[in-house]
Design a protein around this ligand. Sequence first.
Ligand SMILES: Nc1ncnc2c1ncn2[C@@H]1O[C@H](COP(=O)(O)OP(=O)(O)O)[C@@H](O)[C@H]1O
Ligand SMILES: [Mg+2]
Length: 340
Amino acid sequence: MAEEEGKAVRFGPYVLTGRLGEGGMCHVFRAYREETGEEVALKLLKEDQRQDEKVVDLFVTEADLSLMLRHPNLIRTLDAGAHNERHYIAMEIIEGANLREIEVQCQRIGVPMPPDFALYFVREMLEGLGALHDAAARSGRPLGLVHRDVTPSNVFVAWDGRVVVGDFGIAHIMAYGDADPGQAVGKVGYLSPEVVLGVGLDRRSDLFAVGIILWELLTGERLFKRDRDDDAMLAIADAIVPRPRKLKPGMHRGLEEVVLKSLARKRAERYQDAQEMIAALDPFWSQEIGHPIAIQSFLAGLFRDEVARFRTRRTNPPPRAKPKSGNYEPITLGPLPDDP
Ligand SMILES: Nc1ncnc2c1ncn2[C@@H]1O[C@H](COP(=O)(O)OP(=O)(O)O)[C@@H](O)[C@H]1O
Ligand SMILES: [Mg+2]
């Protein structure tokens, strides 16, 4: 377990005690700041990604950018820097599960996600994304941010129901004119027609991805999942979207219209910003049902063991893992245990 003596690893000012997750390019570790004891989620590039200058450059941009963003529905970055030429980002820890994990668990147990919960998740995501889209530099100049990687695994839900959007790894800063906006980066199943066709992108491309997540949460199916990426891209390019009521006949017609509008092929026919989409969803969302308190118990049912461990840890925090004496450095970051 993570608390065993000698199992923790020192990294600059931090001590790593376990793993929280991983993505395509990064490992995310549970860690604490040795000086203050403050717990953080520490994001580091994977070993095989560290040699690629472009990847490192993206990571540093992610660090700079995430330090500028502050909103309750965006993951909060506390510190970023480099230690022994290894860049890191220290974030607040979200004790919970990402939306993909929640979807998988719902399927495994055979419990469909209540629509009001889905609407709550999507509204909260939209609040965060709206703040990201509107972010401005200190001078007041709008940054023109597009997240570009809005996917279920980049939306984190805390056990108390708080929803935050994370992973600004490939966010595009229009104001800086970096990267080729036509480039199709991001996870294939969550791209937009304009990105697939290489005709540019803007905040409405993120909102298309939110539309995909909404469609998927409400139907329990994957919208653009195909065996071959090319087929997925073709389906996206034509915005081939089955009517949700075909899969869920009980769905309100008005809600179906909102889902379909959010997935319109032409950007001009979609919701133009996050607030507009929130306003469209609101009439179909029962606040009393899609409430963080109800979601808390839903999550506690889906993730019994994880939530029980979290509660124990909270009421009875384990002694801090001490790194081995001396300032030794992780070379592969391989031997850390999974997060208990
Ligand atoms: N602040 C955090 N607190 C808890 N878990 C996190 C945090 N950040 C990331 N994770 C976990 O690690 C996974 C990968 O993180 P992410 O930022 O998406 O990395 P990548 O850029 O490699 O995709 C996430 O899906 C999530 O499960
Ligand atoms: Mg990710």
